[in-house]
Design a protein around this ligand. Structure first.
Ligand code: PMT
Length: 397
């Protein structure tokens, strides 16, 4: 089993009968070497005593967002920063819904909003509740934000029902928390990812760009960080929350992205070119706003440098993964890009379908290397990213 030596785990205990198992979860996390602090919600207190959790965790249990003394000692922001991982076990239906909505009206929900750490939730509730559409959709939303679910078990429940909804066993919960920190192939590796669209100015007001939201690239950033990589992001125009645990470099144009990548590429182990880089830029950027009654009819364009191709040509190149955004002749076009740009693998996505690819929450891709082509079925971009990173580590590290 992997261990949690030197890891600081914040355990959130919410209102479910399974909260009585939370002292055992603290124990199992400690067995793996973790230091554990506990936050208990109002509901959680109905099912387990604060004293038990305090005695076992050997730390004061945190329960009140408005406690002035606690704020002086370790307030919600300190707790959020302290944690290497936050695990909510048990996570009640109510807590899951509140996380989904980004509520900040108690200590646990506020800490979740304020933390950079990985968040895991172990749902526990009646089987019918767990099967409900609302819970399934809430979990999907949280998973898309990078929250990891520790699936509940199947069996007899406290209410007498039989089904899926029992809190996972404390040992299993501790194991899954430890797995988050396990020595994966990217542990200690450096990863550079380009994300989003580039903006090519026409004049001080207008520009040429594209619809890239940054969702796919940011999901890859989550996946690399979860796999232990030291991750740097070169970010263009995006409309997605930034992964706070990565080093971030902001750029605007394709030229700026090229320069930023080249400055950072030395010593990288993996380069993922997910950005939608403009192939062309206006040859001249007008200093003044172009008047609509002027003579301009045509914008002359100049080809931008191909960043991925340039990285692939470097003497000590990292493993290079490109993307192919295609609207037709999908496999043939993607394989041609793999060959021409000489990258190690290319991820093909269909951007003509508005349900997947560009600016959508889901994607469906083909992972294409010299040796094989594998389809990754339609799923959230987070799940797609995790599957891509698993393949990259399996084939190239
Ligand atoms: O950001 P989202 O809304 O989540 O959408 C994700 C995405 C559709 C943008 C992403 O999955 C994707 O496909 N990114 C690549 C977009 C693209 O520019 O594809 P391309 O087929 O034109 O380029 C091929 C590869 O060369 C890409 O890895 C691209 O980053 C790279 N390239 C292209 C041009 C250029 N001048 N320099 C490059 O490095």
């Amino acid at each position: 089993m992997n261990n949690l030596t030197n890891k600081r785990i914040l355990l959130g205990v919410s209102g479910s009968i399974a909260a009585y198992k939370s002292p055992d979860i603290v124990r199992r996390l400690q067995d793996l070497g973790a230091e554990v602090r506990v936050i208990i919600t109002t509901g959680g207190r109905e099912f387990v005593s604060e004293l038990s959790l305090q005695t076992i965790s050997k730390n004061k249990v945190h329960d009140n967002l408005w406690d002035k003394e606690a704020e002086l000692a370790m307030g919600h922001i300190e707790l959020a920063k302290w944690a290497d991982a936050v695990i909510i076990a048990p996570a009640s239906a109510n807590t899951i819904a509140r996380l989904c909505h980004g509520k900040a009206d108690d200590l646990l929900s506020t800490v979740i909003l304020a933390t950079n750490a990985s968040v895991l939730i172990a749902p526990s509730m009646n089987q019918q509740m767990f099967a409900s559409k609302a819970i399934k959709e809430n979990l999907k939303i949280l998973n898309n934000r990078g929250v990891v679910t520790i699936n509940p078990g199947f069996g007899e429940q406290a209410c007498g029902d039989v089904g899926e909804g029992r809190l996972a066993e404390p040992e299993e919960i501790a194991k899954q928390v430890a797995n988050m920190f396990s020595d994966s192939a990217l542990s200690g590796r450096k990863v550079l990812i380009t994300i989003g669209g580039t903006i090519e100015a026409i004049d001080p007001v207008r520009y040429i760009s594209n619809h890239s939201s940054g969702k796919m690239g940011m999901a890859l950033a989550h996946a690399c960080i979860q796999a232990g990589a030291e991750t740097t992001l070169i970010i263009g125009s995006i409309s997605v929350e930034i992964e706070k645990r990565a080093e971030v470099i902001y750029i605007t144009s394709a030229n700026e992205m090229f320069n930023a990548v080249m400055k950072k590429i030395e010593n990288q182990d993996l380069f993922i070119s997910c950005a939608a880089v403009a192939d062309f830029r206006p040859t001249k950027i007008s200093h003044n706003k172009i008047k609509k009654d002027g003579k301009l009819a045509v914008i002359e364009l100049t080809k931008n440098k191909d960043i991925l191709e340039s990285v692939c040509k470097l003497k000590n190149k990292p493993v290079c993964i490109g993307f192919a955004a295609e609207t037709e002749n999908f496999l043939a076009n993607a394989r041609a890009k793999l060959k021409n740009k000489k990258c190690d693998a290319i991820i093909l996505n269909d951007i003509s379908n508005s349900d997947i690819g560009l600016n959508s929450d889901e994607n469906e891709v083909h992972f294409i290397s010299q040796e094989k082509t594998e389809k990754i079925d339609k799923s959230s971009k987070q799940i797609i990213a995790e599957k891509i990173i698993k393949k990259v580590t399996k084939y190239f590290f």
